[in-house]
Design a protein around this ligand. Structure first.
Ligand code: SF4
Length: 365
């Protein structure tokens, strides 16, 4: 899915007329799943030494990925680029069963940085398919999380859901699932919009459930869910919301902040789903909003005539980049900085047991 990103710009002359205040959304930036994924790569580098291979960007942020690359991580899109016997880490977005199998068959030592909240959706999918239900996934085509979740059940196979969910969340090493049945296809459908729902045909509307990508816009997802419920009244919803706490909290915070702003800047990389959704949330409030990978992308023109600038950051964007954006806004003429009150997040996820020999602490880059 293509996303809009502002182009870099040179530092402009200070505009002394622009004295807009800056408001900081709260919460913003790193979530527990991103913290954990970064630490897993750092711990693997510390324990096994470079190089450590990472399938896909471990989290969708250029600054983070460049930092890990400098420490010895090698990012690859496909496992066949990795020498046999090497250590590979699966990204926070999760992987399909086929990728796990391929890693094993290639003799790779795999560590799983899949966010436990993504794993929760994988488990839901496996259990519902085991119960003979078809599943509609609401998500963005081509996003790695969608590929991983859709790939939890493969064509020709229904995978066993006889797994201990708590154990999977606590101990995120590779798990083998027994094949217990076979069917003609994988019984999963992907939809992105209410229009997709109109065109959707399923085999048995009475045995149907839906799951969602964890980083969707809550408002957009609600439209698709309503369309699903209207077309398939017996469709089963997930027990708890699949859109994760971090996505929900950051979108709520931007909604509140944007009400009083005439410009919103979201710090995030162009391939970050949840960062893009934050920009859209602000735009849907009728506010001019841009997403920037770092401070060099800010354009002085954006500040002209503005009174209050809201700043937030996607769940994969480190706070240091927010600080740099604030500093650049102030060079461009912005004034006071106020941080809004917001939900206090206390979620922490455990690391894989065989990576925790050395002290593993949550670090903010
Ligand atoms: Fe996990 Fe949500 Fe963070 Fe994604 S955004 S890593 S699902 S907590």
């Amino acid at each position: 899915m293509s996303e809009t990103l502002a182009k870099p710009t040179n530092v402009a002359p200070i505009d002394t007329q622009a004295r807009a205040d800056i408001v900081l959304a709260n919460p913003r930036g790193f979530c527990a799943g991103v913290d954990r994924a970064i630490i897993i790569v750092e711990q693997a580098l510390e324990k096994f030494g470079a190089p450590i291979y990472v399938r896909n960007e471990v989290v969708h942020n250029k600054f983070v990925v460049d930092g890990l690359r400098a420490k010895g991580a090698i990012f690859v899109n496909e496992l066949d680029k990795i020498p046999t016997g090497s250590t590979v880490i699966f990204s926070a977005h999760g992987v399909s069963k086929a990728v796990r199998r391929e890693a094993e068959s290639r003799g790779l030592i795999a560590f799983d940085a899949t966010c436990p909240l993504v794993t929760k959706v994988h488990i839901e999918v496996a259990k519902m398919r085991q119960a003979g239900m078809e599943i509609v996934m609401i998500g963005h085509k081509g996003h790695p999380e969608v590929e991983g979740t859709m790939g939890q059940v493969e064509s020709g196979h229904i995978e066993s859901a006889q797994v201990d969910a708590a154990q999977l969340v606590a101990d995120s090493d590779i798990h083998e699932h027994d094949r217990v049945d076979e069917s003609a296809d994988n019984g999963m459908y992907l939809v992105e919009t209410p229009e997709d729902v109109l065109n959707l045909t399923v085999k048995n509307p009475e045995k149907l459930a839906f799951v969602t990508q964890t980083t969707l816009s809550m408002d957009d997802a609600a439209l698709v869910i309503n369309a699903l419920k209207a077309k398939f009244p017996l469709i089963k919803a997930p027990k708890s919301d699949d859109i994760c706490y971090a996505t929900q909290n950051r979108q709520d915070a931007v909604k509140i902040m944007a009400k009083d702003c005439d410009l919103v800047i979201v710090v995030g990389s162009p391939n970050s789903s949840n960062s893009n959704r934050l920009r859209e949330v602000a735009q849907n409030q009728g506010v001019e909003a841009y997403m920037v990978d770092n401070a060099s992308y800010l354009k002085p023109d954006w500040l002209i005539g503005k009174k209050k600038i809201g700043v937030s950051a996607g769940a994969s964007a480190p706070e240091v980049l927010v600080k740099e954006v604030i500093a650049k806004l102030q060079i461009l003429g912005a004034a006071e900085v106020t941080e809004l009150h917001g939900v206090i997040e206390s979620v922490v996820f455990q690391l894989p047991k065989n990576l925790t020999n050395s002290a593993a602490k949550i670090k903010i880059i």
